[in-house]
Write a protein that binds this ligand. Structure first.
Ligand code: URA
Length: 210
C-alpha cells in the first residue's frame, strides 16, 4: 500500500462506526457490528494483494483465472480487543493463519507489557495483518509490530477501527513501513490515554466487562 494511513470513509463503515460509538448500543450489537466493519476494513487492506493466474475450466471453456499469489497470510490479533476483529476477517479469508500477541497497558506508565506471543511459522514469507481496534498512544501497537519483526515478519499491515493522531505518529516514527487502515482518525487522547470522542474501552464493550 502506498499510503501510511488510509481512512475508510465508506458510508457503510461510517454508519456502523456511529452505532458502535453510541454508549447505548448493547454488547451483542457492538460485537456484531465490529465483525461487520472488520470485513469492510479487510476488503480495503487486502485491495492490492499480489495476484497470479491459474488455468481452470469454466462450463464454457478454459481460462487463465486470477488467484491470490504467495503463502497464506497471517492474521495477528493483539489481545484481547484484537479478537473482536478476527472472526470477521477469518470469514472472508478462511485460509489465513492466526497468531496472538498478548500485551497489556500499564495504567500508570501507559507502556505495553508482554504476556503472550504465538505466531504462525515462516512469517517472513507471509503478509502479516496485525489487528487491534484502538490505535491510541501507539505504544502497544508499535511494541507488537516490533515483536512480529523480531519473529521474521517483513510485510506487515495494521488494521484498526479508531486511530488517534498520537498513535499514528508513534507508528509512523517506529514503523514507517507499516501501512495503517482505520475507519476514523479521532481528535486525540484524554489524560488516561483514551481516544476522544472514541467509543470507550473496546474490550469492555465487546465482551461486556467493566
Ligand atoms: N483502548 C481502548 O479500548 N479505548 C481507547 O479509547 C484507548 C485504548
Amino acid at each position: 500500500m502506498a499510503e501510511h494511513l488510509t481512512i475508510v470513509d465508506h458510508p457503510l463503515v461510517q454508519h456502523k462506526l456511529t452505532l458502535m460509538r453510541d454508549k447505548g448500543t448493547p454488547t451483542a450489537v457492538f460485537r456484531q457490528t465490529l465483525k461487520e466493519i472488520s470485513q469492510l476494513l479487510a476488503y480495503e487492506i487486502t485491495r492490492e494483494l499480489p495476484m497470479t493466474h491459474k488455468p481452470i475450466d469454466t462450463p464454457m471453456e478454459e481460462m487463465d483465472a486470477p488467484v491470490l499469489a504467495g503463502k497464506k497470510m497471517a492474521l495477528v490479533s493483539i489481545l484481547r480487543a484484537g479478537n473482536g476483529l478476527l472472526d470477521g476477517v477469518l470469514e472472508l479469508i478462511p485460509s489465513a493463519r492466526v497468531g496472538f500477541v498478548g500485551l497489556y497497558r500499564d495504567e500508570e506508565t501507559l507502556e505495553p507489557v508482554q504476556y503472550y506471543f504465538k505466531v504462525p511459522d515462516a512469517l517472513e514469507d507471509r503478509l502479516v495483518i496485525a489487528v487491534d481496534p484502538m490505535l491510541a498512544t501507539g505504544n502497544s501497537s508499535a511494541a507488537a509490530v516490533e515483536l512480529l519483526k523480531k519473529a521474521g515478519a517483513r510485510n506487515i499491515r495494521f488494521m484498526c477501527l479508531l486511530a488517534a493522531p498520537e498513535g499514528v505518529s508513534r507508528m509512523k516514527e517506529a514503523h514507517p513501513d507499516v501501512p495503517i487502515v482505520t475507519a476514523a482518525l479521532d481528535r486525540g487522547l484524554n489524560e488516561k490515554g483514551y481516544i476522544m470522542p472514541g467509543l470507550g474501552d473496546a474490550g469492555d464493550r465487546m465482551f461486556g466487562t467493566k
